[in-house]
Design a protein around this ligand. Structure first.
Ligand code: MLT
Length: 264
């Protein structure tokens, strides 16, 4: 079911009396990247996914975003849906949002699943890359920018294997509002570093990283997991940065056993 909350497209599946799990997508994608997780968990969990402001079906508005404003959006959805201690599951930019949300209001959450993401803020080189991306979108249009960015998010073999599914993901990203995409680039460039909070996290954490992820590498993620007491770290075989799409079966099994442990 599609809802509009705070002008954001929010999607809920499953019985609202089950444990809520919120899926937060990466950049420059939309909630549909979680389709295979929602299908797998909707019979046991109350699954909520949404389009981050400016992406997918959520209008861009003025494009003036920060990770802080994205966390405000997340909080608004939790409050509107009256979700009791949801489990947060974020991939990449969705992970940046999740980590800051946990740093800001950990008591609201039951557990955290971090896929292909990191706690460090952008270094100068990455900030300059974001600036170059914005310039490119302004000068050459969104499609050229997306056509270069998106293939780097997938392992080469996955692009071939996914075929039409990959093309649909790419098409949806290409149709994004340039104001929204530029707003997300600025939000990511301006985000805070959440590394210091990692050792203070008390809720259970599962960390998953694609074996072939070149954007947030297994080494980076393993070191992040090492800073989170009691966290579980797993490599997703054959996957690039988009583990939820590239190896959904493996990811779902890992999430399933994590949920079993934290719920029982
Ligand atoms: C994402 O997948 O959300 C982005 O690659 C994150 C980033 O560019 O830092």
């Amino acid at each position: 079911m599609r809802l509009l909350i705070n002008n954001l497209a929010v999607f809920q599946e499953g019985d609202s009396s089950n444990i809520p799990i919120m899926f937060i997508h990466g950049f420059p994608f939309d909630h549909q990247m979680w389709n295979k997780q929602v299908s797998a968990f909707k019979s046991s969990c109350f699954c909520i996914s949404y389009d981050i402001r400016g992406l997918g079906e959520s209008p861009a508005g003025d494009g003036q975003y920060t990770i802080e404003s994205f966390v405000n959006d997340l909080e608004k959805i939790i409050d509107e849906l009256k979700l009791e201690h949801p489990i947060l599951c974020g991939l990449s930019m969705g992970g940046y949002i999740s980590l800051r949300a946990v740093e800001r209001m950990e008591e609201k959450f039951r557990a955290l699943i971090l896929c292909d993401t990191k706690s460090e803020a952008d270094n100068n080189e990455t900030k300059l890359k974001r600036a170059a991306g914005i310039k490119r979108i302004n000068n050459e249009g969104i499609q050229k920018y997306i056509a270069d960015f998106v293939p780097n998010c997938f392992a080469k073999e996955s692009i071939e294997k996914l075929g039409q599914e990959y093309i649909s993901i790419l098409d949806r990203s290409m149709n994004s509002d340039p104001i929204g995409v530029k707003g997300c680039l600025l939000a990511m460039a301006g985000r805070t570093d959440t590394t210091e909070y990692l050792s203070k996290i008390k809720i259970p954490v599962l960390v998953l990283c694609g074996e072939k992820d070149t954007l947030t590498t297994p080494d980076t993620m393993k070191s992040m997991a090492g800073k989170i007491k009691g966290s579980e770290f797993t490599i997703v075989p054959g996957s690039g940065h988009m583990s939820a799409v590239e190896n959904p079966h493996f990811l779902n099994e890992k999430i399933k056993s994590f949920l079993k442990k934290i719920i029982s």
